[in-house]
Design a protein around this ligand. Structure first.
Ligand code: IPE
Ligand code: IPE
Ligand code: MG
Length: 257
């Protein structure tokens, strides 16, 4: 696992020059743990929600950069199953931010060819938010330029537990033979069943942990941990990380001939 400081990224190449798709070496699926909004706000003497709003604005620049940078799938961690432990004010503020984000961004995402999906457990979410999520998925369902997946009330363990429950129900109904349960079958029950596994997982804010993100899917992902707080994360830094991914030797347990 690589840990980078802002210093190690200098000189930051222009996004275009770092575009990894030129040699086909870039990651097809990038997953981002967008962390550090709260600290970004606190450093400015502002409430944590101020940081979340700044963080939400960052998402646009990163999504827009994906086609040029050769990223077909972008998955972003917006709210974890553990984030309910925060104050009621922060949780309510985040839920209202998600609602407003969807309302504000829907049309542009559709017109830019972005296909949006949500992963995570919708049961605990406000039904009005779930309606907006369903509508956004529906209105972008014909798009194929970039596949943006937003993890909202998502936890990797929760996802595997929910998948196992549905799998067990299929066994009980006689639809699935227990002997057929293997590494190919189980992921079909995950929220990410239509997505490829992430090639690269990026976490901002200097924390070097996964925090329950894409546990099954990231088994062989490459990782980048950067010190930058999410509201400061730029397209140029994104491009730089994608470029450095091209130098990784992914062996998947094998030995090169
Ligand atoms: C990430 O930023 C966004 C969410 C978890 C919703 P944080 O809110 O975790 O920011 P820090 O880590 O406290 O700085
Ligand atoms: C992970 O960040 C979740 C999101 C970015 C949405 P957290 O800030 O919740 O993770 P911990 O608590 O530092 O592990
Ligand atoms: Mg955090």
């Amino acid at each position: 696992m690589a840990r980078r400081t802002s210093d190690s990224l200098a000189p930051v190449p222009s996004a275009a020059s770092a575009a990894p798709e030129a040699d086909g070496q870039g990651p097809r699926h990038v997953a981002i743990i967008m962390d550090g909004n709260g600290r970004w706000a606190t450093m400015r003497g502002r409430p944590r929600l101020f940081g979340h709003h700044a963080g939400a604005r960052r998402v646009r620049e990163i999504v827009e950069s994906c086609p040029d940078l050769g990223v077909k799938y972008l998955t972003i961690f917006a709210f974890s199953t553990e984030n309910w432990k925060r104050t009621q004010v922060e949780v309510a503020g985040l839920m209202s931010l998600f609602r407003r984000y969807i309302i504000r961004e829907s049309r542009q995402l559709r017109d830019e060819g972005v296909r949006v999906r949500f992963i995570g457990d919708r049961v605990r979410l406000d039904p009005k938010l779930v309606v907006l999520m369903d509508e956004l998925e529906q209105m972008t369902s014909q798009n194929d330029l970039v596949h943006l997946t937003i993890a909202l009330n998502y936890g990797g363990r929760d996802e595997v537990a929910r998948a196992t429950k549905r799998l067990a129900q299929d066994v009980a109904r006689g639809v699935l033979n227990p002997d057929d349960v293997d590494e190919e079958t189980l992921p079909k029950y995950l929220d990410t069943c239509v997505l490829p596994d992430p090639d690269l997982v990026i976490r901002t804010s200097g924390e070097a942990r996964i925090s329950n993100f894409l546990l099954w899917q990231s088994a062989y992902a490459e990782y980048e941990f950067v010190d930058t707080l999410w509201p400061d994360f730029t397209r140029a830094e994104f491009a730089c990380l994608l470029s450095s991914y091209g130098t990784r030797d992914r062996r998947f347990g094998a030995v090169k001939a």
